[in-house]
Design a protein around this ligand. Sequence first.
Ligand SMILES: Nc1ncnc2c1ncn2[C@@H]1O[C@H](COP(=O)(O)OP(=O)(O)O)[C@@H](O)[C@H]1O
Ligand SMILES: [Mg+2]
Length: 427
Amino acid sequence: MINKNILKEVIVANEEFILRQVKRIVHRKGIHVPESLNKVVVLYGVRRSGKTFILFDLFKKFRDRSLYIDFEDERLTGFQAKDFERLKESMLELKPQLIGKELVFLLDEVQNVEGWEKFCRRAVERENIKVFVSGSSSKMMPLEIHTELRGRSWSIEILPFSFEEHLHLRGLNAADESILYGPKKALVRRHFLEYLRWGGFPEVSVLESELEKTKLLKEYMSAMFFRDMVERYGITNIPLLESLTDKLFSSFSLKFSVTAFYKQYKDKFPFSKDMLFRYCKYFLQSMLVFEVRKFAESAYVRMRNPAKLYLVDTGLCRRVTSADSGRLLENAVYLELRRRGYEIFYFEGKRECDFIARDGDERLFAVQASFDLNEGNREREIGGLVEACKCIGAGKGTIITYDEEEEQTMDGVDVKIVPVWKWMVKH
Ligand SMILES: Nc1ncnc2c1ncn2[C@@H]1O[C@H](COP(=O)(O)OP(=O)(O)O)[C@@H](O)[C@H]1O
Ligand SMILES: [Mg+2]
């Protein structure tokens, strides 16, 4: 049991910290929660993507009635589910004017408290408390969420900054459409190339120096490698993990075949296929890597074909040469589609199309990503998109390029070619 004085100490210190020390918070899009919603809002996603800062932003929004607690705070070691009640009491003793009012609880890395779901559920259902929780652990992913909270939670995936948020940080507001025309356009384009190369982890976005960006991304990788993989899953076969990491992080926007990997490495060091499958699963659970399945009616066909891989951030891509801008662009487009909440597949018929996306209303549309269109690829890219559009019965499709803009009709399908920096901020 935790002493109430400690709880009060932590509550007050956090409040001071957030209100005085945390100055600049870029507002995150997509954190919409219906006002009247009686659910526990769960923010989940990879470490360093900005979950804590979203809680800080909410703290400022609900300022006089909110409480922020971080369960990685060592002062709270030993905090148990039954201490939540004391936490609430401590808050009300500190601020008696709030008795009977709606409170807002912001609970960071809450998965560290076993049984947190029960309190949170009761809080939103019966105690007039708004609850936002966050965590970097796979335990917070929608499918892993405790049955106690099924149907009582509202999950929001937090990815690193979108291009729009990155621009915002750089002082350019995407709501102001004039940045897409005239003199600011060149600036937006330049920022996009930077964003493509270094990704959108907020701390990396802030940095100006390439040397510092590189250093920070390396630190992220090693923290993710050791804390999120080795320690969390008790991984013992380090050579396998290293080779797999290298392979996965350099296979962005490509198909990945576990069997091919197995064949390539099985004589180099000892490991079983079983272990390999397990490690691949850990990468997916770590939310560092996403897989995209082939578009097909039958689940069997979907699962039998190899998945395509995308990374949670383009700054983490490995072995990138100047020839890989197309793959980087494709990965960035994938992340943006994911941010917009679509369910995503790849299309493979006679030709290929990078994405078929399905929105909340079950509408399908096709998107092709290609750095540029030239004599060598134009017909293939457009042909693939048109074939995909026909397959899903869509009358129009989009090709996203770095800098081309054009509209044309082919075989009765309207093909819209748009520059990526425009597509990413206009929707
Ligand atoms: N919205 C934001 N605006 C400005 N900086 C941010 C924002 N989100 C994150 N950051 C920066 O990135 C760092 C990591 O974000 P954080 O919220 O701690 O990530 P997480 O909780 O997901 O691990 C923060 O310490 C801050 O420097
Ligand atoms: Mg955090």
